[in-house]
Design a binder for this molecule. Structure first.
Ligand code: GLN
Length: 495
């Protein structure tokens, strides 16, 4: 059977269950697709074909014995920031080049336990800092919809792989939008679960109070499937919360009757591209037709989210990345005469410019004399942002907005201007600061055939609500069924 790489996880599961194909055939098809396309897209930093085929064959054998979990034989790619035992885990950094993970992240072992095949490591911005995947120390990834454009970031390799048919689904991590934004730029679904929903054990830390692992998939049902498998409480992460995960698949339906959806006015303000605005408003109108009521709400502190985020995230990053000292992990610079020099030389040569910028900013806001003025104040603003969401969710079940103010931009366009790059995260960051869940779903295309995403934010530990809204929307639309062009550039998108 051909084109197994174009299936959703759910549809491939059906084919496997009815014996129409084997997991090994699906894996072989996927590898062939990666060989065909990745020279151009560059979504992967590592692929062990033998391992993928071996895991798939083991899944087939398990099925033949009548064993296996919900994801038996289904391939999932993994961002280079998550530990997969035996695979390199470099976080797209020179600092960790050649580092091989000695253990599985809990999210990864949960997928393994459900029978999934772990299929390749995807490119990212170095240590997940960035919005375009151009900060990778290895190479940039291209957007399958237009090879001159960025795929978004920091999980750009994961989103590009799913969009290019080089992965059925992939894991990303989202500290300020890194699952949702690349999903939106590449026409995929991206879910940032509630902080605490999926264990962060084995996820290389960027900003520990904000980081969450999330799936990037072709549709909402697949995101629900992967979330269910990974939403397990974990004693190895003290912030993982033991709130029982409902049956997310059972919560999906075709109608939205009785749901109250809020439009935060601050998310439809100046700087929002008119085409993105039009696509999102059209999608919201459809949600109304599906039975939801739509009301305006306000999140007055949201405009302060970017500044607050960059203080908190950089402060945490400066502390988390202190461990890369040339002694314990990965890269070590030569020529040092003493340990301090060794550390300085290693960090100077091992980290790229964006990572250094953030470490310096983080060390600054934590330094004596500035700690209260910046870091403590940012924590207070974070509390106010969270309270805004509490108030909004008292009258609404979910909040709708664009994922990003613009569609994907051109490679090189913003890389010299970090502030412009940061401003692109203004709609995604608030959900991380508040610790709530948020889903990105494709909801239209620009005139130049680039995907546009809608964000559906839900209260903490209520992922079933955004999933329900997103799924009902997908039952009534076909944006998620469109595929990036196989060859060529913008304007040639397949219908
Ligand atoms: N783009 C944001 C940043 O640069 C978010 C990154 C992320 O979520 N990992 O920090």
């Amino acid at each position: 059977m051909s084109d197994l790489a174009d299936q959703t996880l759910y549809s491939l599961r059906g084919l496997l269950e009815t014996g129409q194909c084997s997991a090994r055939e699906a894996a072989a098809d996927l590898i062939a697709r990666i060989r065909e396309r990745d020279g151009e897209i560059r979504a992967y930093v590592h692929l062990d074909e033998e391992s993928v085929l071996r895991q798939a064959a083991a899944a087939d054998a398990a099925r033949a014995r009548g064993e296996g979990g919900e994801l038996l034989g289904l391939p999932v790619a993994v961002k280079d920031v998550l530990n997969v035992k035996g695979d390199p885990c470099a976080c797209a950094s020179r600092m960790l080049k050649g580092y091989v993970a000695p253990y599985d992240a809990t999210a990864v072992s949960a997928l393994r336990a459900a029978g999934a095949v772990l299929a390749g490591r995807t490119n990212m911005d170095e240590f997940a800092m960035g919005s375009s995947t151009e900060n990778s120390a290895f190479f940039a990834t291209r957007n399958p919809w237009n090879l001159d454009c960025v795929p978004g970031g920091s999980s750009g390799g994961s989103a590009a792989a799913v969009a290019a048919g080089e992965a059925l689904a992939a894991l990303g991590s989202d500290t300020g939008g890194s699952v949702r934004q690349p999903a939106a730029f590449c026409g995929c679904v991206g879910l940032k679960p509630t902080y605490g929903r999926i264990s962060r054990y084995g996820l290389t830390a960027f900003a520990s109070s904000l980081d969450q692992i999330g799936p990037i998939t072709r549709d909402v049902r697949d995101a629900a499937m992967l979330l269910k498998a990974m939403a397990v409480p974990d004693p190895l992460d003290s912030t993982s919360v033991d709130v029982p995960a409902p049956d997310y698949m059972a919560a999906l339906g075709e109608r939205l009757d009785g749901l109250r959806l809020g439009l935060p006015r601050e998310f439809f303000s100046d700087g929002l591209d008119p085409e993105v605005n039009r696509c999102v408003l059209t999608a919201i109108e459809l949600c109304r037709k599906l039975g939801a009521s739509v009301v305006d709400v306000s999140l007055p502190m949201a405009p302060h989210a970017i500044a607050t985020y960059h203080i908190i995230a950089c402060a945490e990053a400066s502390s988390n990345l202190a461990r890369f000292d040339g002694v314990r992990y990965g890269f070590r610079a030569g020529g040092a005469n003493d340990p301090v020099e060794l550390c300085c030389r290693t960090r100077a040569a091992g980290f790229g410019p964006e990572v250094k910028r953030r470490i310096i900013l983080g060390a600054y806001v934590l330094s004596s004399g500035y700690y209260d003025a910046y870091y403590v104040r940012a924590l207070k603003v974070r509390t106010l942002i969270r309270r805004d969401f509490d108030r909004a969710f008292a009258s609404c079940d979910a909040l709708l907005s664009p994922v990003t103010p613009t569609a994907a931009y051109r490679l090189g366009e913003k890389i010299q201007d970090p502030l412009q790059m940061y401003l692109g995260d203004l709609y995604t960051i608030p959900a991380n600061l508040a610790g709530i869940c948020a889903l990105a779903v494709p909801c239209g295309m620009t005139g130049t055939a680039l995907p546009v995403g809608m964000q559906i934010m839900g209260p903490a530990f209520r992922e079933e609500i955004p999933l329900r809204v997103g799924h009902a929307y997908q039952q009534a639309t076909d944006w998620h069924l469109r595929r990036a062009p196989r060859h060529g550039k913008a304007g040639q998108a397949a219908p």
